[in-house]
Design a protein around this ligand. Structure first.
Ligand code: NDP
Length: 450
């Protein structure tokens, strides 16, 4: 079957691809399985060199990759360049990590005990449409560094950057069969990878709903899984914060990537004493967000990914809004920056909207802020804005999420572990910690008895 790939800003087709079915999925797994023994045997220094070459090729082809991503996802080109820059950094980081993932020697009686990190084998990497090449690299980097071979399944809506990246993988000298890209439906080929007896692990990023089905499907073969799922993160603004700075940065915490970001701080919790002042400044800053043509250098927000997704996002906004921005006319799956005043019990505050909709919620004091921030099934990210360092530490320790920032909106760095608590998933990506998710720990005892 043919897959037509659209540009969400113009609704025009930008590619026609052959869609893989079950047979092609099995063939991709077989290729990865056949490539595994030779790839695991590559000396660590050589694997590092190949990853370094891949990083350099991503840098050399960065503009092309960014243009592909911008057109396929509707991402502002400036943001797409940043994301591709991170892809190169990720490969550099894991190139440097290949020979630093050390085992231990452990004091035992009668001999020597040592631990080794062994590759898992074939790993299935299933990635979403919101940061396609970026999230693919977070999984590819550590998976390759550890000596695994890969079947990478991009989202149907956004397969183009993964396909281009797979050309660069070969150009870098990584042997054929080590990375295999599978373009097809999640419910068909994704599911097949999840259940396939020759796939040792699934690295998944996407919705909590599909994450649940991945866990279920993986149970049959006791497959390892890493799940990076949805979020409903809080941006907690205390009255003692630099309100101007917090308000100026708040739009980017939730409207970046048109809100299609698992780390979006879509619940903006504001201490009552500063509520009106903050809301006024948040609205003023949001009104300045430049929404429009993703190819324009000054654009800060593009369209949503699809008409269907826009319908879902729109279903969250049915009453008064504190702000509703302008959008270009059709074609394009546009949805405006929207701010609503809400209670934490409202649907807009409970479910992941995955669009440019911020729910502003007042709180009374520190304990109330922590209670509301934690009153969600999710636990991925969040921010605290305060000038009180002790409070910042108390609150960050008390909020049940995997990633937090203080007086900043960032969630992701190559060097630091990233992942969720609660229904936002488990396992960690990025940092040296990701290597543990793509290897098994083996204990070996060698007797010294005569
Ligand atoms: P999905 O969770 O459906 O998609 C993520 C990936 O999983 C895609 O590659 C998809 O393939 C694949 N997939 C779908 N079904 C299965 C399955 N049964 N077995 C294995 N893989 C599967 O997210 P959507 O794209 O449908 O987005 C829906 C919602 O999910 C969003 O509105 C948002 O709330 C949330 N989401 C969260 C993300 C995050 O980073 N936390 C990222 C993306 C979405 P394909 O698309 O080709 O069918």
């Amino acid at each position: 079957m043919t897959l037509t790939v659209l540009n969400p800003a113009t609704e025009e087709p930008i590619a026609e691809l052959e869609q893989a079915g079950l047979e092609e999925a099995d063939a991709a797994v077989a290729r990865a399985k056949a490539a595994f023994p030779a790839w695991r045997a590559v000396a660590p220094a050589d694997r590092a060199r190949l990853l370094r070459r891949l990083a350099a090729l991503v840098e050399e082809n960065a503009e092309e990759l960014a243009q592909i991503e911008s057109r396929n996802v509707g991402k502002p080109i400036a943001g797409a360049r940043g994301e591709v820059g991170m892809v190169a950094q990720v490969f550099h980081f894991y190139a440097g990590a290949v020979d630093k993932h050390r085992g231990d020697t452990i004091p035992v009686t009668g001999g020597v005990a040592a631990t080794f990190h062994e590759p898992l084998g074939v790993v299935g990497l299933i990635v979403p449409w919101n940061f396609p090449v970026n999230i693919a690299s977070w999984k590819l980097g550590p998976a390759l560094a550890c000596g695994n071979t890969i079947v990478l399944k991009p989202a149907e809506l956004t397969p183009l950057s993964a396909l281009r990246l797979s050309d660069l993988v070969l150009e870098a000298g990584i042997p054929k069969g080590v990375v295999n890209v599978l373009v097809g439906k999640g419910s068909v080929v994704g599911q097949r990878l999840v259940e396939h007896p020759d796939v040792a692990k699934i690295g998944f990023t996407g919705s909590t709903e599909v994450g649940r089905s991945v866990m279920e499907g993986a149970a049959g073969t006791i497959k390892r899984v890493t799940l990076e799922l949805g979020g409903k993160s809080a941006n907690v603004v205390f009255a003692d914060a630099d309100i101007e700075r917090a308000a100026a940065s708040a739009p980017y915490a939730v409207f970046d990537n048109a809100g299609q970001d698992c780390c979006a701080r879509s619940r903006v919790l504001v201490e009552r004493a500063a509520y009106d002042r903050f809301l006024e400044q948040f609205v003023a800053a949001t009104a300045k967000v430049h929404v429009g043509d993703p190819a324009d250098e000054s654009t800060e927000m593009g369209p949503l990914i699809s008409a269907e997704h826009r319908e879902k996002v729109a279903s969250f906004v049915d009453g008064d809004t504190a702000f509703r921005g302008d959008v270009p006319g059709e074609p394009g799956f546009w949805y405006p920056c929207t701010i609503v005043e809400a209670s934490n019990d409202d649907r807009v505050a409970r479910e992941e909207v995955f669009g440019p909709v911020a729910a502003v919620i007042p709180f009374e004091d520190e304990a109330d802020a922590i209670r509301i921030a934690n009153d969600t099934p999710f636990g991925l990210s969040g921010s605290i804005w305060t000038r009180d360092t002790a409070r910042a530490l108390r609150v960050t320790r008390a909020i049940d999420t995997g990633v937090l920032s203080v007086n900043a909106n960032t969630s992701v760095r190559v060097q630091t572990p990233f992942g969720g608590f609660k229904e936002s998933g488990f396992g960690r990506e990025l940092g040296l910690e990701a290597l543990d998710g793509y290897s098994e720990l083996k204990s070996v005892f060698i007797s010294t008895e005569e």
